[in-house]
Design a protein around this ligand. Sequence first.
Ligand SMILES: Cc1cc2nc3c(=O)[nH]c(=O)nc-3n(C[C@H](O)[C@H](O)[C@H](O)COP(=O)(O)OP(=O)(O)OC[C@H]3O[C@@H](n4cnc5c(N)ncnc54)[C@H](O)[C@@H]3O)c2cc1C
Length: 502
Amino acid sequence: MGDCGDWVRGWEHRLGLGLARAGGAQRGGQADVGTDVGTDVGGFRTRHVAATLRPGTVEQVRQIVASVPPGVVLYPISTGRNWGLGSRQPVADGAVVLDLGRLQRVRHLDTGVGAAVVEPGVTQGALAARLDGTPYMLNVTSSSAHTSVVGNALERGVGLRRQRCEDVAGLEVMLAGGRLMRLGNWPDEAGRLVPYRQELGPGLMPLFSQSNFGVVTAAVIRLLPRPQGLRLVRLAFEAPRLAAAVDELRHLMQQRLISGVLKIYPRPRTTEFRAYCCVDGDAELAEAAARLLMRRARLGRLFNDVCADPGDDPLAERLRRCLGGDPSLNEPAIQNMFGADAAGVDANPARGFLFFLPVLPFHGAAVARAHELVVQVGEQSGTWWRPTVNAISCDVIDLAISCRFPRAATGAAHQALDLLHERFAEAGWRPYRLDIDHMDAGGPPDVLRRLKETFDPAAVLAPGRYTSPATGPALGPATAVPECGPGASVSQGDDPVMSPAP
Ligand SMILES: Cc1cc2nc3c(=O)[nH]c(=O)nc-3n(C[C@H](O)[C@H](O)[C@H](O)COP(=O)(O)OP(=O)(O)OC[C@H]3O[C@@H](n4cnc5c(N)ncnc54)[C@H](O)[C@@H]3O)c2cc1C
């Protein structure tokens, strides 16, 4: 283990908290080098992990990043609940996982302009609770309240209101070598902040989403005004009407009768689909718009059931709460799905879960074809996948295709996942987000390589994450990185293009 082992033991001593095994059990006083991060709910091949370090402050993160010895690579995570895509597992073998879950400060909360500055360990539940009773709310996802706002935004996750990257107005990034920089818009010394999403000049913030160029230690998150009125209209239709219903829903969304992210779920064990449409704003406006939406929906004769705020539908109630910025009902849903709470999802020996997340044009024909592909892959592999439509705008659908499987069927589920990648690529639809076995980067490999050299010349950070196969280390056991890293020994000199944070 050599240098890596000594370095890790040194950090164990300095952090005074030991190293954490998978599942979060902390082991004090004893180096636990060479362990893995345990099983993940996706059933991906277990990566060899050299160690896990859990710094408690940004200064500790800086010292860790700055002191990485040659050959050691770091894999930053926030709360590590990237379920269905690899959870807390790194892409490649041999990394030291840099678990930022202890950085839990809400550094700044401005309920005047609607923005918060949060560290990676701040969960959506914690921030939502801080906003309770204020005029602003968080764009929450339908995942657990114990997931990270920063981690999800860096993955360009999808909330109930919009894609999470749209929430980001500023990023604090630690570069390899230990330099901290702030991008975007931050509160000044007097706490004044303009939560503007763009940068002056070339935008650098997007370079740190779905990339391995830096460690994000905080983000400025834009909040949403809390609507005074919120109605959830449920429109049900039968499978043969899928294409026509999707086109009709797009039209209703284009005419602003639906706000936030429109969701369409197939009802398990039936041929029915249910669309959940948010109507909100001023209380009277929401009331009138809900009535209008229902009238329009009835006129089209596509929907066999049109109803607002159904009291007997737990999913509707959960979505309504999420749309109002409250993720607390997601916990019973997680418990019900996995037979475990958020902390136990990955360790559960019985239930597995995978995601495939392509984006499609918002067209009925595309959604109907995508459903056919999902059914075909399921039949071919003997697995069952559930596609949920998330209309993230009037023109784009994030089709969240998920599979729950008994762990004994992990092989079949992964075969199906490979098939989905193939079939959807043939149809011209690429994922917006990837799991640890299918990493790729869409951009030109030479440009991406130059950017990586600029930000992380020694390739210390997150090898393989959103890396083009042409530029990054090949993945898998045959090409696993040796011991603590890829053996890179480039010096950790300062990057001349970056200036230190104020
Ligand atoms: C039932 C269910 C519902 C779900 N619903 C949704 C949903 O509605 N929307 C959605 O988007 N997802 C959803 N998910 C998927 C997932 O649970 C969430 O996306 C979750 O927020 C991701 O985990 P995390 O927040 O702990 O991020 P992490 O796992 O900590 O981060 C994700 C990745 O980002 C990188 N990263 C994280 N932090 C940093 C950092 N500080 N610096 C540099 N890189 C970093 C790492 O590579 C990491 O692997 C759902 C999952 C399930 C099982």
